[in-house]
Design a protein around this ligand. Structure first.
Ligand SMILES: Cc1ncc(COP(=O)(O)O)c(C=O)c1O
Length: 391
């Protein structure tokens, strides 16, 4: 008989009842060190007092009003995002997938309104992940995600990761945009080199295309800048954001320049819940912390410390680990052992990591983790590796 919850997930036999900072407490009382943050969501850790206060204060007053009316919390969060980023305007969603939907619609509408309706194609890269909607799976294009769900949304051109020549060759009079994650998450923590991101920006400028960055996983302080593309010194035309921006409350956003957003006039897009008072009150509190240069400096310091210790760990366990990669606190350990065995052995040592493609385990800890948490994380990873070695 089918379970009452649709069985689309392979769930670990773990159940958590409470979270405190970088720690998750299981139903049986065990304390797990959380290096997953709900897949890069709990940017300020679990139960951060500022987020609890923001949510509960808002909950006392008003949970939901329609976007038929002005929503001050939404306005405040949009103003902050515009102040701190390249963007001139923001649309709020509930998830990264919905941000992908709008990014695709916005790019196509832009060219439609510029009397270039033939420009509908979006170039994407293998290993990418843009969500599970029809547009999201068509954008990523992998067989794993698309098989059985046809007919797929047309208009995506898939290239090999890092294939800049392929990009130039793929551009035609039907190309609208290039969509890329500055750091691939699901694809195995693959960082797009700064020079490549710069080159993509240049290619877009030379060909009149829009650059869409998917910062759903790598954004909101995760790499040590507010948004990952800042490392390369380039800005997108459209950016997808979600996960960390809500710190655990479902919230996403599409940020855009005035030019790129010019087709999105009244009535062209909408969402019942997107930008609701609860989500935006929390989002404002997240931004007040993460956009602070001192906070980001701390993320960078801790990222350096963790990475250095991980390099040592990898060298100590050459049968288990092959390489450390990533940016800031978005780190990957490429494994020689099967990554899922490392994740599962981690559970035995009360440690949460997240598997990714390319036989990688992802470390996406809360950005607020302490130096003691880092020492404990490496200690538990060391025990985990030793456990597999002796098996
Ligand atoms: C880069 C990227 N884009 C889009 C998504 C989809 O976001 P959501 O699961 O919030 O719909 C994800 C989720 O993992 C992601 O990592």
């Amino acid at each position: 008989m089918i379970p009452s919850v649709l069985p689309t997930y392979n769930r670990a036999p773990l159940e958590f009842v409470k979270g405190e900072g970088a720690w998750l407490i299981a139903a049986d009382g065990r304390r797990f060190l959380d290096l997953g943050s709900g897949i890069a969501v709990n940017a300020l850790g679990h139960a951060h007092p500022a987020l609890v206060d923001a949510l509960t204060a808002q909950a006392q007053n008003l949970w939901h009003v329609s976007n038929l009316y002005h929503i001050p919390q939404q306005q405040a969060l949009a103003d902050k995002l515009v102040e701190y980023t390249f963007a001139d305007t923001v649309f709020f969603t509930n998830s990264g997938t919905e941000a992908c939907e709008l990014a695709v619609k916005m790019a196509r509408k832009y060219f439609y309104d510029k009397d270039q309706p033939e420009r509908v194609e979006i170039i994407t890269f293998d290993g990418s992940f843009h969500g599970r909607s029809s547009a999201g799976i068509a954008a990523a294009g992998s067989e794993k995600m698309t098989k059985g769900f046809g007919p797929l949304l047309p208009g995506f051109v898939h290239l090999a990761f890092g294939d800049l020549d392929g990009v130039t060759n793929a551009i035609s009079e039907t190309t609208a945009a290039i969509m890329i994650e500055p750091v691939q998450g699901e694809g195995g923590i693959r960082v797009v080199p700064d020079a490549e991101l710069k080159a993509l920006r240049q290619i877009c400028d030379e060909n009149g295309l829009l650059l869409i960055l998917d910062e759903v996983q790598c954004g909101v302080g995760r790499t040590g800048k507010l948004f990952a593309h800042e490392w390369a010194g380039v800005a997108p035309d459209i950016m997808m954001v979600a996960k960390g921006i809500g710190g655990g409350f479902p919230l996403g956003a599409v940020l855009a320049t005035e030019e790129a957003a010019s087709g999105m006039t009244a009535g062209t897009h909408g969402s019942t819940y997107g930008g609701n008072p609860l989500g935006c009150a929390v989002g404002c509190a997240v931004m007040d912390h993460v956009a602070d240069p001192d906070f980001l400096a701390e993320v960078n310091r801790k990222a350096g410390l963790l990475r250095q210790k991980l390099e040592g760990l990898s060298a100590d366990h050459p049968e288990i680990f092959e390489e450390v990669r990533g940016s800031g606190l978005m780190l990957g350990l490429k494994c020689k052992a099967a990554n899922i065995d490392v994740v599962n052995a981690g559970y035995d040592n009360a440690l949460i990591t997240v598997p990714a493609a390319d036989n990688v385990i992802r470390l996406l800890p809360p950005l607020t983790l302490t130096d003691e948490d880092i020492a404990e994380a490496v200690n538990r990873l060391d025990k985990t590796a030793a456990q597999i070695e002796s098996a």
